[in-house]
Design a protein around this ligand. Sequence first.
Ligand code: NAD
Length: 356
Amino acid sequence: MPSTAFDHVTLGQRVLFGSGAAAANVRTAVEELGGARVLLVAGASARATADELAAAVPVVHRITDVVRHVPAARAARAVEDARSTGADLVLTVGGGSATGLGKAVALATGLPIVAVPTTFAGSEATDVWGSTSDGVKTTGSDSRVLPKAVVYDATLTLGLPVQLAVASGLNAVAHAVDGFWAPRADPINRALGTEGLRALVPGLRALAADPGGIEGRERTLYGAYLAAVAFASAGSGLHHKICHVLGGAFDLPHAELHAVVLPYVAAFNAPAAPAAVARITDVLGGGPAGAALLGLKAELGGPPSLAAIGLREQDLSRAVALILPAVPPTNPRPVDAASLGSILRSAWAGDDLDEE
Ligand code: NAD
């Protein structure tokens, strides 16, 4: 007899979305949270926006040296800054690295976060924190790091070079797709991921065709949020486990790494995940799933291979050994060293996909 049963958690946060409205919306969010001493975290690429926002809310300290993958020592200094300045709220402006540094502060201090993303990484919609020490990335979930409010303004992504914007958007596509077979996948997060793809794919096509236009960026940003909510709920599937280990161990650029690996994981899982394949190919206008995702990446001008973004061939066997223990037991297809090695080698070389 057909039946539906699931155990789903929806994380609560306020989302304010509006192009050109960042300063007004940040003021609204900070006031609602009672922020009177704001710690502003914004790297160099967000300097102009940070200046504008600093005029709208009471900032007591500003952190400008944001480093990717949240090195533990950098995080410890930020926590000390928050404590020594008596900050009562953290305002992050930037990509996942800035959000991640703010999360490290929230984890240690319990301060609320208002996040203003300038990429499509989606960290702002999750309760996942990450930190890197000696080449090993540690992550965890904690309700304290989920931003209380997110302020989306597509004009803030205009400074992203188009190649980085595309890679970041494909990172969001990976949140949606990997969520279809992740450990806590359920009908609600699959619906969010599917709707995320429906916004991301046309949004990214419009962004690549007209990088100065706002409409494509708005659709991409909206889709990135939905996909990140889906990911936050569904958890990390095989794709995220692979990228998590590779990013930490070999210091590879996050968005580009996700953009390259996804089609090969999708091609591998496809024979055992027909419902997920249908969701992917429906949006992409045809299959097979891995080849369609590879085609989307090529059409958008995404990065061609792991080799091109800095992984050395001699590191492939160590990568397999590091990733294998992290493979989710719930993956729709069993993964062993040989199959993982073949996924990685194909992604490293940027092979074409020849699926059934
Ligand atoms: P990033 O924040 O490192 O940004 C990439 C580069 O783009 C940086 O040099 C940055 O300065 C620049 N940049 C950002 N916004 C810009 C803009 N609007 N204009 C010009 N330049 C801009 O990278 P990312 O891909 O946004 O985030 C990656 C990080 O986020 C990783 O550490 C990853 O682990 C983390 N992340 C975490 C989660 C989570 O749920 N915790 C989810 C996704 C990503």
